[in-house]
Ligand binder design. Sequence first.
Ligand code: FE
Ligand code: ZN
Ligand code: FE
Length: 360
Amino acid sequence: MYFSTAGGRQEEGDMFLGCHLSTTKGFRAMGETALSIGADTFQFFSRNPRGGSAKEVVPADVAALASLLQERGFGPLVAHAPYTLNPCAENAKTRDFALLALSGDLKRLRGLPGTLYNLHPGSHVGQGAESGVRLTAELINEVVEPDEPAKILFETMAGKGTEIGRSFGELAGILGKVKLADKAGVCLDTCHIFDGGYDLAGDLDGVLAAFDREIGLGRLLAVHVNDSKNPRESRKDRHARIGLGEIGLEAIVRVMSHPALKHLPFILETPCELDGYAEEIRLLRGRLGEEGPLARWPEVVPVAELKARLAASGTKTKEDQGTRAKKTGEAPAKSRAKGGSKSGSKDVAKENAKVKKTRG
Ligand code: FE
Ligand code: ZN
Ligand code: FE
């Protein structure tokens, strides 16, 4: 347990479950949003996912989140690197950006010790997987210092295009070349490995045995929980909502309750907004016999109730705003996130209703 504490956890064995959240309203706000949907971990982008610019981090805001995590017994958080960070790029400009973004992100996350930094091993773009594996490991060796408090996770990929990290062997190849071995691990994305060909739904034990043989289960530090819109081995990387894809609810429940995995932070990256995540979290906790923070902290107001209060007061919900944005053809999350809400409402649930579906 990372943020163990003060009367929070009932048992050591409790599951950590959450989803991807928007950083728009700051760090502390993410923690509060997480609690309101029954989450006790979450993921966020370390910087603009498609560009690369990083917002200034306010140390007091980070500290306020850190104390909330401590107070409420959160599991480790996951910071997701931008998609533009391609660690196996050969091109000097792309490589320079990868270096700067990675070192800058790690520095900015120092106020949240124990945070896992997840990145895609990248796309080798024609130079070959072997050279991609080597360049990715070299980037980590250049940036990560022995006193780095974060751990770097390489995400298992679906194998779209020239993506590396589809096979456990490629990930093992990267990890084997990282000098500071205790600073690097793996984040398993259920949609990606299924898409990449592993029979997660039919033979979970076989898949985990292969993982253990090639990488070592001890290096698995987080799980992205997503259903897949496409059948196994399609290499398309299209996430589906839990139970609405080809993997299916039962197989996902088996993953989350597996003795080799159940201690890990589970992060949903399904195509839905805050209400949808709240529902998925409720569904999964229910199936796993886990109560989660809403039961543990009775004073936390669930997102559904916040919404009901907003509706009663006549305030527009984010769904309303979403529909309006669609109708006017306004670009969704990006521009709205930038402009922010003019209402000045402090209502976290409302603001986070704007959370866009994420892919990861
Ligand atoms: Fe990802
Ligand atoms: Zn994905
Ligand atoms: Fe993912």
